[in-house]
Design a protein around this ligand. Structure first.
Ligand code: NAD
Length: 497
C-alpha cells in the first residue's frame, strides 16, 4: 500500500523531507498506518526560518486590512471543509467526529477574531508631552515567530497561534505534533488557499531536536508552546536563554468542586462529560471531583451515569474514543493500578474494555477512583485519560485550600446555586480558568487563554488581546516639528483676522 508522506512547507512549497528519520502516524482505533511524518533535518529547519525571515520584509508592510481579509476568506474555507477536516482529525487522533468538529470550531473562532483584530493593533497618542512635542506608540510585529503544538487539539491549538501572529504582521514557523500532523497540514493548505503569501507560514515536523533548533535559532523572536509541563518548562528556559519571548501553556489537574446546593441533575451530567469526554485527553478535562459535605452522597449516581457512556471508534460517534497511542493506554492503566495499590477504591474500572470490530484500539473506559488522597500518584500526576479521582471536603474553604495546594492552575469549576459561595470561591481560588456551573471554562477569543502556577510560563496567553501584545513590540515615537514656513503662515493668518 502506498502510504503518504507528510510534507514540510518551506517558502510556499510543500516539499518532501530529505531526512532518514520518519515515524508513523497511526489511527488509534485500528493501528492502521495513515502516513509517515519526517523528523526534519537541521538544514530544513534553517530553510524554513530563512524563508520566514525573507517574507517578513514585505509582510510587515502589508496593510492591516489586507492581512485581516485573508482570515475572512480562511474562516469561510474552514467552514466549507469542516466535515473533511473532522474526518482526518478523528482518523489520526481518535476523538469522536463531534469532538473533532468542536476542536476545529474553537480554532475557527480564533481565525474569525484574526479577521477582525485591527482595533487591537491601534497605538496611543498624546499631544504636548512637552511644549510642542507629541508622542505616539506603534505596535510593530516582531519578525519570525514559532509555534510548537501538542497532539490533543491538532486543529484548535495551531489555530490559536499562526493566525494571530500573522495577522499582527509576523511570519511563522509551525511545528505540529508528530503524533497527528495531518489535519494541521490540511488547515495549512487551506490557509495558503485563503491567500497567505509564500514564506509567511512555514511548517517543519519533528520532535526534540527540531524543537531545540527553533528555541535556539537567532532569527526567531518569539516561541509559543502548548503541551506538557516537562517539555514546556524546557522550551521556556531554552527559548528565554536565547533571548526570545516565550509563552508556554502547560499541564493540568483540574478540579470540580461540588457543593450540596448545586443542581444535581445538571452537575452530574456536566461532570461526566468533562471527566470522560475526549477520553480525558483535554488540558481542561475535569480529572478531580471534590465533593463537599452532603454532595458526597452523589457518588453512586455519578457512577451509574458514567457506566452508561459508550466507548468506541471516534468515527461512530460514541461518547469517548481511544487514547492516542498504546503507550498512552499503558500509562493510564498503570496509573489506575498504582492508585489501587496506594489505597484508592476502584469504583469503576475502564481497563479491559472491548469494542466490537476494533480489537486493536487504545481503548480505556470511564474509570472512577474514590478515597483518593493528595499523596497518591493518581492525584499528583496528570493522568490524561478517562479517569476521575474523587476526594471529599467538609467545607468550601477546605476544598479551596485543597485546589490551591495542587501545583497546577489551569482550570477549575464550582457547582453551586449560591452566588455568595461562587463569589467567595472565585476570589480565593488561584487558578487561571474558573467556571461557575461551567465545567470546561475555556474562554472565547474575545478573551485570552490563561493559567496560573505550574500550568503556565510567560505572562501573556494565547489568542485574544494578550496575544496581540505577545506578538508585537511597542515603539514610542516622540516628535517635535520645526517648520518656519508654517509659523510664518500662522502669523499671517492672525494678522488677517
Ligand atoms: P508534549 O509536551 O509531549 O508535546 C508537545 C510538543 O512538544 C510536541 O510538538 C512534541 O513534538 C514536542 N516535544 C515532545 N517531547 C519533547 C522534548 N523532549 N523536547 C522538545 N520538544 C518535545 O505534550 P502532548 O503529550 O503532545 O500533549 C499533552 C499535554 O499538553 C498535556 O500535559 C496537556 O495538559 C497539555 N496541554 C495544555 C494545554 C494548555 O493550554 N495549558 C492545552 C492542550 C494540552
Amino acid at each position: 500500500m502506498n502510504i503518504p508522506k507528510v510534507k514540510l512547507l518551506i517558502g510556499g512549497e510543500f516539499v518532501e523531507s530529505e531526512t532518514t528519520q520518519w515515524r508513523d502516524v497511526i489511527n488509534p482505533a485500528t493501528q492502521a498506518v495513515l502516513a509517515h511524518v519526517p523528523m526534519a533535518t537541521p538544514t530544513e529547519v534553517s530553510a524554513a526560518v530563512s524563508s520566514a525571515r525573507r517574507a517578513f520584509a514585505s509582510w510587515r508592510k502589508t496593510p492591516i486590512g489586507t492581512r485581516a481579509r485573508i482570515f475572512l476568506k480562511y474562516q469561510q474555507l474552514i467552514r466549507e471543509h469542516m466535515a473533511e477536516l473532522a474526518a482526518i482529525l478523528t482518523a489520526e487522533q481518535g476523538k469522536t467526529l463531534a469532538d473533532a468538529e468542536g476542536d476545529i470550531f474553537r480554532g475557527l473562532e480564533v481565525v474569525e477574531h484574526a479577521a477582525n483584530i485591527g482595533t487591537l493593533q491601534l497605538g496611543e497618542y498624546a499631544q504636548n508631552v512637552a511644549g510642542g512635542v507629541d508622542t505616539h506608540t506603534v505596535l510593530q510585529p516582531l519578525g519570525v515567530c514559532a509555534g510548537i503544538t501538542p497532539f490533543n487539539f491538532p486543529a484548535m491549538i495551531p489555530l490559536w497561534m499562526f493566525p494571530m501572529a500573522i495577522a499582527c504582521g509576523n511570519t511563522f514557523v509551525l511545528k505540529p505534533s508528530e503524533q497527528d500532523p495531518m489535519v494541521t497540514m490540511r488547515l495549512v493548505e487551506l490557509a495558503l488557499e485563503a491567500g497567505i503569501p509564500a514564506g509567511v507560514l512555514n511548517v517543519v515536523h519533528g520532535g526534540e531536536e527540531v524543537v531545540n533548533a527553533l528555541c535556539d535559532h537567532p532569527d526567531i523572536k518569539a516561541v509559543s508552546f502548548v503541551g506538557s509541563t516537562r517539555v514546556g518548562t524546557h522550551v521556556y528556559n531554552r527559548a528565554s536563554l536565547a533571548g526570545k519571548r516565550a509563552q508556554c501553556m502547560l499541564g493540568a489537574k483540574n478540579h470540580a468542586v461540588v457543593l450540596p446546593d448545586a443542581n444535581r441533575e445538571q452537575t452530574l451530567n456536566q461532570l461526566i462529560g468533562a471527566a470522560f469526554g475526549a477520553a480525558g485527553q483535554r488540558c481542561m478535562a475535569t480529572s478531580v471531583a471534590v465533593l463537599v459535605g452532603e454532595a458526597q452522597q452523589w457518588l453512586d449516581e455519578l457512577l451509574s451515569r458514567a457506566q452508561t457512556l459508550k466507548v468506541g471508534a471516534g468515527i461512530n460517534n460514541p461518547d469517548l474514543g481511544p487514547l492516542i497511542s498504546p503507550a498512552a493506554k499503558a500509562r493510564v492503566e498503570n496509573l489506575i493500578a498504582e492508585g489501587v495499590a496506594e489505597g484508592a477504591t476502584l469504583r469503576l474500572d475502564g481497563r479491559g474494555v472491548t469494542v466490537s470490530g476494533y480489537p486493536d484500539g487504545n481503548f480505556v473506559g470511564p474509570t472512577v477512583l474514590s478515597d483518593v488522597t493528595t499523596e497518591m500518584s493518581v492525584y499528583r500526576q496528570e493522568i490524561f485519560g478517562p479517569v476521575l479521582v474523587v476526594l471529599c471536603a467538609a467545607t468550601l474553604d477546605e476544598a479551596i485550600e485543597l485546589v490551591n495546594a495542587n501545583p497546577n492552575g489551569n482550570g477549575v469549576a464550582l457547582f453551586t446555586q449560591s452566588g455568595a459561595a461562587a463569589r467567595h470561591f472565585q476570589e480565593n481560588i488561584d487558578v487561571g480558568q474558573v467556571g461557575i456551573n461551567v465545567p470546561i471554562p475555556v474562554p472565547v477569543p474575545l478573551f485570552s487563554f490563561t493559567g496560573s502556577r505550574a500550568s503556565k510560563l510567560g505572562d501573556l496567553g494565547p489568542y485574544g488581546k494578550q496575544v496581540v501584545a505577545f506578538y508585537t513590540q511597542t515603539q514610542t515615537v516622540t516628535c517635535r516639528w520645526f517648520d518656519d514656513a508654517a509659523s510664518v503662515g500662522r502669523v499671517n493668518t492672525t494678522i488677517s483676522l
